[in-house]
Design a protein around this ligand. Structure first.
Ligand code: LLP
Length: 439
């Protein structure tokens, strides 16, 4: 992946930095992000749009991985930012992110978050329901402003990895269904709202997608919907967001498509769909998350106990686990790993990599081939952990959340320091009646 390589000592290097040095300096578990690869991925989307489509925006989906430095990097690369919470907005603000380049998503935004977003100057509210539309209209009115909005609709396309399913997709907590006319009614309501300016529509069909068919179908349905709205209301959308979802390579056999293929497909589908209905070309927006950061992330762990149950299996324990990577436990997600300080050893030992959380399901990899001479104290690198790992970290068992470093050109910069026990206890309150009594 990216700048990952092997040096003369048989150690893994990322961004020109020996991971053994990283572990020594920053401790483990450690999230290591290949800054160059993140930047290349951002640029791949932008370059593809420049080749294929006149008016576009690439909004990085923060949920995949966000910290202040990441928001700053996204700003430097000229991308926009998709945020889904007050917390993500606060992080963008802390980074000095140009807030007019943010899209605020979420199916249940609170009044408090909407007020914060209005105050921060969020660029687009991606309105998910009639309830939210009314709330937004009222709160924008109270502030004496107008909120710019896209309506999130469900086009009846769901894409999962290699397949897409065309369903009514009524059964989703996100968005307003096109089928049955609810989305059209919502568009009417948005056009009538005094303090909301409707600019267009949004949909998101899924995540970790390897096949473009679902995107093509969704783009066409969105344009058909846009044409129906124009017919009923006279409103012509100027913006169309088709969400994120491009797949990445977690394990050998995953065959992700380059961003250029997705962009070319969407550009073509939107062009022909718009031409067919005599609609002007809308600004085309995508929201990639995983495909920007997943492959850029590597988690470093220190190997601890190795428990061999003869004829059954060998458990190799590391000093992290489901708290820093919930994806195997939650989705049966698969990863690849290597003993990062023994890349020259033969990979003949088959182990099941487990964490140190009090939970039998705390398994990171099953039957992974690792260095034959793996031993306690070695470093285990798990690859492609840049998306939905740090951002989904938990404090189960009160293990502190690991640090994050960005590596590039032989240097490492700490961007999130390791949590301390004191950080974890910082929100605890001990009411007087629980305090130990002085004898
Ligand atoms: N836009 C919207 C509206 C979304 O809901 C999502 C992801 C994205 C963009 C970014 O999708 P991406 O390019 O990252 O696939 N926790 C799960 C993934 C949840 C995705 C949720 N929505 C996982 O670890 O696989």
């Amino acid at each position: 992946y990216g700048t990952a390589s092997r040096n003369g000592q048989g150690h893994l290097t990322i961004g020109g930095v020996d991971v053994v040095d990283l572990a020594r300096e920053f401790g483990t578990p450690l999230y290591v992000m290949d800054e160059e690869l993140i930047r290349q991925n951002c640029r791949a989307y932008v370059a593809a749009f420049r080749d294929h489509y006149p008016d576009f925006d690439v909004a990085y989906a923060s949920k995949a991985f966000l910290c202040t430095a990441m928001a700053a990097l996204v700003a430097q690369e000229g991308l926009s930012l998709d945020v889904v919470s007050g917390g993500e907005i606060a992080t963008a603000l802390q980074a000095g992110f140009p807030m007019d380049r943010t899209y605020f998503h979420g199916n249940n935004k609170t009044a408090e978050e909407i007020r914060l977003a209005l105050e921060a100057g969020v660029g687009r509210f991606v309105v998910d329901s009639l309830h939210e539309l009314e709330l937004l209209n009222r709160l924008a009115g109270e502030r004496g402003t107008t909120a710019r909005a896209l309506l999130r609709v469900t086009p009846g396309v769901e894409a999962h990895t290699h397949e897409y399913i065309s369903t009514g997709q009524l059964d989703s907590k996100f968005g307003i269904p096109i089928e049955g006319g609810q989305a059209l009614d919502a568009a009417r309501a948005a056009l009538q709202a005094d303090h909301v300016e409707l600019l267009g529509f949004h949909c998101h069909i899924g995540s970790q997608i390897f096949d473009l068919t679902g995107y093509r179908v969704a783009a066409d349905r969105m344009l058909a919907f846009a044409a129906a709205v124009r017919e009923e209301t006279g409103f012509t959308p100027s913006e169309l967001s088709l969400g994120g979802g491009l797949g990445v390579r977690y394990v050998e056999g995953d065959r992700p498509l380059p961003p250029a293929d997705l962009v070319a497909c969407l550009a073509e589908a939107v062009r022909s769909g718009a031409a067919e209905r005599a609609l002007p070309l809308p600004k085309l927006i995508v929201e990639p998350g995983r495909s920007i950061v997943a492959e850029a992330g590597t988690t470093l762990y220190t190997v601890g106990t190795i428990k061999e149950i003869p004829g059954v299996r060998t458990y190799l324990s590391v000093d992290g686990g489901m708290g820093d990577n919930i994806r195997p436990a939650l989705y049966h997600a698969r990863y690849e790993c290597a003993v990062a300080n023994k890349l020259d050893s033969e990979r003949t030992r088959i182990v099941t990599v487990v964490g140190r959380y009090c939970e039998s399901g705390d398994v990171l990899l099953t039957d992974a081939a690792v260095a034959a001479d793996v031993a306690p104290g070695d470093l285990l690198a798990v690859f492609a952990t840049g998306a939905y790992n740090y951002s989904m970290a938990s404090r189960y068992n009160r293990f502190p959340t690991p640090a994050v470093v960005f590596v590039r050109d032989g240097r490492a910069d700490l961007v999130v320091r390791r949590e301390t026990f004191a950080d974890m206890a910082a929100c605890d309150v001990l009411p007087p009646r629980f305090r130990p009594r002085a004898e």
